[in-house]
Write a protein that binds this ligand. Structure first.
Ligand SMILES: N[C@@H](CCOP(=O)(O)O)C(=O)O
Length: 464
């Protein structure tokens, strides 16, 4: 298996080089030259596999022999040993048509742990094998940062710097990142929003001199390994629900910000998973909903919502979808991305919009609706939704058809977003791992949204 860039200017790379490259050197995103096909027979065989074994099967299709099987097995074992359930991502049945895939059983209580605990182990493995330093640079609207830091804190040969938007993440998200006192961790709290943070890091990854001088590595979903690790739970959820001989199609409904999680579902579908609808759920920052409904991809005004992890306008992985949607044509992708940069928007033709609508449905929940659903589901099903999952439920209710079965992703534990949950008069007990964070000192540097200042902080940290 080889990997190329969506913009076509990178020579094919193997798996490890692709992981280390993160953002493609031509500014695009890395994708496999060919998506491996999973047949119905294979799916039948995978039905009885544990999460870890399924992970190994799927990864083996993508990594050639670059990591020996026994090493990979050990990396996977270590990655998921910190999860609070052996199923890693258990499925909860709400009623005949709705299942909730709980993705919050990892150490930082959000779906990001599923890929990032593995990435932490992988980076550590590569750093030791190649005897090379890994300097991680990432941007977060709250969950990625916490999970990435947790995945590499205290690990030799690795330093991590995470940019988060100052006072625009939840209190628990902030504490999860900033109470870590390991010397290999730097938190920059940027006076801006998530899009500002992501813009700075993308510019730094695109500066190839800076990137190679400081051995910059990515943990965001621009990194293909994040996407791949997230495909595993689509297969796992599907196989948990469909135990019988029949393999019917089901919907997946995914709270979405940077388009990484839902793109993993798109990849799973291209591999052969019987997916009916992929439903994109957004909050009031609804660029993805507007794109699917109108064909115009245009960042709007940033809004602060009850689901801060999805307070995103410019969705990184949209470019990966464009690549497939445009028939794997890097020239067309480059032209569209240029248009976005120059004119601030992309508009596709009505014929192309029909194709997009065959791939995705989309719905953006208002703040009011999000809170209402948290209250309703607690009352009707005694199930406490976090505000991101509540946006997912809103999209499921709006977009799933009669008689269809839908798996909606619970992307975070409600305790991470207690500010929102309290607004519906629900008092939840904090898990002890979260409760104890409130007693710890915080370590972070508050900086202006100013690339030069951020670079100075980074250079000092990486050189130490
Ligand atoms: N919602 C994310 C934003 C970054 O997305 P990623 O999937 O590219 O890491 C967060 O919580 O940080």
């Amino acid at each position: 298996m080889q990997y190329i860039s969506t913009r076509g200017q990178v020579k094919p790379k193997g798996f490890i080089d692709t992981v280390l490259m993160g953002l493609a050197d031509d500014g695009g995103l890395m994708v496999p030259v060919e998506v491996p096909a999973v047949t119905e027979d294979t799916l039948q065989k995978w039905k009885t596999l544990s999460y870890e074994k399924l992970f190994l099967e799927i990864f083996s299709l993508y990594i050639n022999d670059e990591i020996p099987q026994e090493d990979l097995r050990e990396l996977v074992r270590r990655s998921y040993s910190s999860f609070r359930t052996p199923e890693v991502t258990p499925v909860h049945q709400v009623n005949d048509s709705l299942y909730i895939l709980e993705l919050f059983h990892g150490p930082t209580f959000a779906f990001k742990d599923v890929a990032l605990q593995f990435m932490g182990e992988l980076y550590s493995y590569v750093s030791k094998k190649q005897n090379k330093i890994i300097h991680i640079l990432g941007a977060t609207s709250g969950d990625t940062g916490a999970a990435a830091i947790q995945g590499v804190r205290g690990k030799e040969g690795i330093k991590i710097c995470i940019l988060h938007p100052h006072q625009k993440v939840s209190k628990v998200q902030e504490l999860q990142m900033t109470t870590v006192d390991d010397e290999n961790v730097l938190n920059l709290s940027v006076k801006g929003n998530f899009d500002d943070c992501q813009k700075v890091i993308k510019e730094l990854f695109a500066d190839l001199d800076f990137k190679s001088k400081y051995h910059l590595r990515a943990i965001n979903s621009i990194n293909f390994v994040r996407i791949l690790a997230q495909t595993v739970y689509y297969f796992y959820a599907y196989l948990q629900i469909n135990k019988g001989e029949q393999l019917p199609k089901i919907n997946f409904c995914v709270p979405s910000g940077n388009f990484g999680n839902i793109f993993s579902g798109y990849l799973a579908k291209r591999m052969g998973l019987p997916v009916n609808k992929l439903i994109i759920a957004t909050n009031e920052n609804n660029i993805l909903e507007r794109f699917v409904k109108t064909g115009e991809y245009k960042p709007g005004d940033f809004k602060m919502t009850h689901s801060p992890s999805m307070d995103i306008q410019v969705a990184s992985n949209f470019e990966r979808y464009l690549y497939y949607f445009l028939g794997e044509d890097p020239e067309k992708v480059s032209a569209y991305m240029k248009e976005l940069q120059q004119h601030g928007k992309i508009t596709i033709s009505p014929e192309d919009l029909v194709k997009v609508q065959q791939d995705f449905a989309a719905y953006g929940a208002s703040n009011t609706q999000c809170l209402e659903l948290i209250g309703d589901y607690k009352k009707s099903y005694d199930y406490l939704l976090d505000p991101h999952t509540a946006c997912g439920i809103a999209a499921y209710e709006a977009e799933a058809g009669e008689g269809e079965v839908t798996v909606t992703f619970a992307t975070a534990h409600p305790a991470k977003f207690d500010e929102a949950v309290r607004l519906v008069d629900i008092k939840q007990p904090f898990p002890p791992q979260i409760e104890q964070l409130f007693t710890l000192p915080q370590h972070q540097k508050i900086v202006e949204y100013d690339k030069a200042e951020i670079v100075r902080e980074l250079e000092t940290f990486y050189q130490l």
